[in-house]
Design a protein around this ligand. Structure first.
Ligand SMILES: *Cc1c(COP(=O)(O)O)cnc(C)c1O
Length: 232
């Protein structure tokens, strides 16, 4: 199993390197987040021992139990939260999150403002593709939302996060990721005092090369880490 995991990590790294070369970017800019939501804490520990530091979860309860389970053995772990977060769940987990990728509505931001005891690095989730099933601010809502988010000192705007449709073509992927990059630039120009971070969380196992090509610096990769490893 460790052999397969090592091989998967190697494959991901090579693909990241190739995407960087193709777009004249530096490999060091790219943070590969291991989306560990489907695997037990022991696998996270094993992945950590192979050098991985960024991990992401999407369920508050499971996140909490993994944080506790791994606190001692993986002290340098950086936790990303990427899932839907209900307001009532915020107080339990917000202060253990290093990066929140799913800031998708103002009521959530207001709850974070109430419960966080330090500024939380947040990617604002944007529904660039316009799919109804996707969460995130629509492009129409975004400007007004940013103005309100700026006023909350517990929300540190770190960048934007988006997801492409599962059936997007190569061209559609490039368009959606490229648009997201452009939207971030526009926001930074429009709100120069907001100190909006220059970071883009985009790309999953099937589309991270296209995301890197369009400027992603945080890619969220699950399946590609753990495929081929039997669950038992
Ligand atoms: C599960 C998940 C991922 C990882 O998806 P894979 O296709 O397994 O790489 C990335 N981002 C979000 C928001 C997810 O829920």
């Amino acid at each position: 199993m460790i052999h397969q995991l090592q091989q998967n990590i190697q494959t991901i790294q090579t693909t990241v390197q190739e995407a960087c070369q193709a777009s004249h970017r530096s490999y060091d800019e790219i943070h590969t987040i291991c989306v560990s939501k489907t695997v037990p804490a022991e696998w996270i520990h094993m992945t950590y021992q192979l050098g991985q530091r960024h991990f992401a979860e999407n369920r508050p309860n499971i996140f909490e139990s993994k944080v506790i389970a791994l606190k001692e053995s993986c002290p340098e772990i950086q936790w990303h939260f990427i899932g839907n977060l209900q307001r009532r769940q915020v107080k339990n987990i917000i202060n253990q999150i290093d990066f929140l990728h799913s800031l998708d509505r103002l009521s959530l931001a207001q709850e974070i403002q109430k419960r966080a005891n330090h500024p939380i690095l947040c990617f604002v989730q944007v529904n660039v593709s316009g799919e109804e099933s996707k969460s995130g601010f629509s492009l129409d809502e975004l400007d007004q939302a940013i103005e309100e988010l700026i006023s909350l000192d517990k929300i540190q705007l770190y960048g934007l996060m988006t997801m492409a449709p599962i059936d997007a073509t190569e061209d559609e992927l490039l368009t959606i990721f490229g648009q997201t990059c452009q939207i971030l630039n526009d926001l930074q120009n429009k709100y120069p005092h907001a100190q909006i971070g220059n970071h883009l969380s985009m790309g999953m196992s099937r589309d991270f090369p296209q995301a890197i090509q369009q400027g992603a610096d945080f890619i969220r990769v699950g399946t590609a880490f753990f495929q081929g490893i039997p669950m038992n």
